[in-house]
Write a new protein. Structure first.
Length: 308
């Protein structure tokens, strides 16, 4: 097990270095931040003015020198300073990270809480009205763009009914609409996965033996069948949570959410390289860490993997 973890950690390190290198190169293709900062201040500009700004920002150095400097800072959790405000990037990311993580966890919880019972119900009612209704709901959910569903929820619950705040983070009620938006979209996919996994498992011999022993249907479904089909579900849910962190930027913009997505969007608009590098690096570390936890969870769910 120790050898497996070391191997996975080395792979994760390689992935993080590759991602940060690619991002560091790509963001510099968007334009010169010195030029944008000078234009934002108004007035005429000369090459000497731009050169002084580039020297102050550190963008006059060769690309790999800047990248190695970024990696050295990363080891000490120093992600540099923002070009636009001079604020520590570590502080900006630290302030925005809890809002994004909590929203992602609540959205994932909503999705799992809906998809597991709905998927089991669809599997046990195969071909019946309940199964058809759940599959139609899943198909409709897959057809909804997340920004459209978010806009409709704002129109209904915030503007028409006035029950919830339309944007920002002003309390727990602010989590309802963004979490519901992401949760419904994720449930549309997850419920089909749970249904397929349960259909395969319910035809297994150990399920028939459990029923022949006189065990209750709920114990057969949740203790035996669901646990034995949990490996693909854990895999997909873990990967989906990583994708959720990366794709939550649209929802954060719609609801003006003070998270990493909004921070990254503003950094792209301002060509703020350190902030964008910091956000993507932190997201990459989170996603790699989640994948590692998924691998460890295999052994906890299935003793055969732990034994191997």
């Amino acid at each position: 097990m120790a050898g497996f973890l070391i191997k996975r950690l080395l792979q994760a390190l390689f992935v993080v270095i590759a991602i940060t290198l690619l991002v560091s190169f790509a963001v510099r293709l968007t334009g010169d931040p010195a030029l944008m900062m000078f234009q934002g201040g108004g007035g005429s500009m000369t090459e000497d003015d731009l050169a002084r700004i580039r020297e102050a920002l550190g963008t006059d150095r060769p690309f790999f020198v800047q990248y190695v400097s970024f990696l050295k800072g990363l080891v000490t959790f120093d992600l540099g300073r923002s070009f636009t405000g001079g604020t520590s990037v570590s502080r900006l990311v630290g302030d925005a990270l809890p809002a994004t993580l909590l929203l992602a966890f609540i959205s994932m919880f909503v999705s799992i809480a809906l998809s597991i019972p709905l998927g089991i119900k669809a599997a046990t009612s195969r071909g019946k009205a309940a199964d058809q209704a759940i599959r139609i709901f899943s198909l409709i959910g897959l057809s909804f763009p997340n920004f459209w569903l978010a806009t409709m929820l704002v129109l209904l619950f915030a503007i028409t009914l006035g029950w919830l705040p339309p944007s920002g983070m002003v309390g727990m009620s602010s989590y309802v609409m963004p979490a519901l938006t992401m949760g419904v979209i994720l449930t549309a996919t997850n419920v089909r996965l749970v249904r397929t996994a349960m259909l395969d498992t319910l035809q297994s011999q150990y399920v028939m033996v459990a029923r022949a022993k006189g065990l209750s249907e709920s114990k057969v479904l949740y203790k035996h069948a669901l646990r034995n089909c949990a490996i693909p579900l854990i895999t997909y849910f873990g990967l989906q949570f990583g994708g959720l962190l990366g794709g939550i930027v649209v929802i954060e913009r719609v609801f003006n959410w003070p998270g990493l997505g909004t921070l990254a969007f503003d950094a792209v608009a301002a060509r703020d390289y350190p902030v964008l590098q910091g956000v993507i690096t932190v997201l990459s570390l989170l996603i790699v860490g989640i994948n590692l936890l998924v691998d460890i969870a295999y052994g906890l769910v299935d003793p055969r993997i732990r034994t191997e």
